[in-house]
Design a protein around this ligand. Sequence first.
Ligand SMILES: NC(=O)c1ccc[n+]([C@@H]2O[C@H](COP(=O)([O-])OP(=O)(O)OC[C@H]3O[C@@H](n4cnc5c(N)ncnc54)[C@H](O)[C@@H]3O)[C@@H](O)[C@H]2O)c1
Ligand SMILES: O=c1ccn([C@@H]2O[C@H](COP(=O)(O)OP(=O)(O)O[C@H]3O[C@H](CO)[C@@H](O)[C@H](O)[C@H]3O)[C@@H](O)[C@H]2O)c(=O)[nH]1
Length: 333
Amino acid sequence: MQARAVLVTGGAGYIGSHVCKALAEAGWTPVAYDDLSNGHAWAVQWGPLERGDIRDRDRLRAVVAAYRPEAVLHFAGRIEVGESLLAPFPFYDVNVAGTLTLLDVMAEAGIQALIFSSTAATYGVLHATPAPESHPCDPINPYGRSKLVAERMIADMGAATGMSWTNLRYFNAAGADPEGTIGEAHRHETHLIPLAVQAARGERGAFAVFGTDYPTADGSCIRDFIHVSDLAEAHVLALKRLLDGGASTTFNLGTGTGASVLQVLDSLEAVAGVPVPTEHRDARAGDPPALVGDPSRAMAALSWTPRRSDLTSIIADAWAWHTSAAAQAAVAV
Ligand SMILES: NC(=O)c1ccc[n+]([C@@H]2O[C@H](COP(=O)([O-])OP(=O)(O)OC[C@H]3O[C@@H](n4cnc5c(N)ncnc54)[C@H](O)[C@@H]3O)[C@@H](O)[C@H]2O)c1
Ligand SMILES: O=c1ccn([C@@H]2O[C@H](COP(=O)(O)OP(=O)(O)O[C@H]3O[C@H](CO)[C@@H](O)[C@H](O)[C@H]3O)[C@@H](O)[C@H]2O)c(=O)[nH]1
């Protein structure tokens, strides 16, 4: 029997490629649609790669007509919080206008199910920790605002067209495929764990800790790290739920427990057995002090439990991937 196709925008990226692997293991053909601005052709291993920009309506139309996907998982977007304050235009252009174009093409083609990559950055500064989905959304950077606008467009389009949707608000995706096939390799790396790994391996200078006087126990920021394989599993479960008639909704995907930047560095030193050279810098603009999410709604509705999201497993998988032959070959491409 022909496997059922799903369109995965951003399928050559970090989270999208891990989700493609999980989708293929669950019996779908993931069609990755990606302009490779931050992703990699080598990360697309479980279905076809269609190069294209999410803002290119004609190209999207052609790919949708060729594969007739029964659902879309929408990862494509601009992702760097700090960058969004310096250059907001591409964040609104890709994350808002690009999402709107995708929604229009989906409506035209009659595709009735969408899973959207949203973010903890939609909340802004938390008043309650861990934050439930009902926490007010007041983002403090253009990235978070662009994702919140996209969430609201999706809900409006769904109400008008009958499309079902699930907005998944990820906290900090981390780690790598435990089988070592793919991992985190953003072209322009800004993320804590890969940068700290590179500093530990002597591939860059000292790791810059952004802010040491936050109102947290050790003064550094706190984030809720969720293993990318746990995220991937949640996407498969969310897709099944939506295609089985589950109601449109928003779920947090986090663990409910935070770790500080300094704790992450300690854990990396313990796993790797080498020191991480660090220097202290001013806080990065647009960074809330703590982002920790309550995942209990997703856990109940999806029968999902994060299994590899303890800090040691996350760091061990990240370290194993970054030090693997696969990663060395990948960065050379
Ligand atoms: N990494 C995280 O911790 C995290 C947390 C919350 C939400 N998210 C969201 O999850 C999604 C995936 O994040 P990621 O970390 O895998 O990032 P990523 O950059 O690895 O993946 C995004 C992919 O989208 C592609 N892309 C970018 N602009 C495009 C365009 N105009 N047209 C087509 N493709 C385009 C990139 O080439 C890349 O492959 C993003 O939407 C991000 O906002 C990520
Ligand atoms: O060189 C660095 C890089 C990061 N950090 C700190 O580490 C924490 C995590 O930063 P980073 O890894 O860049 O992730 P976030 O800025 O938290 O953003 C990620 O997590 C968000 C959800 O919380 C997503 O929406 C974003 O797409 C994703 O990039 C923050 O406190 C940063 O200040 C440093 O101290 N030094």
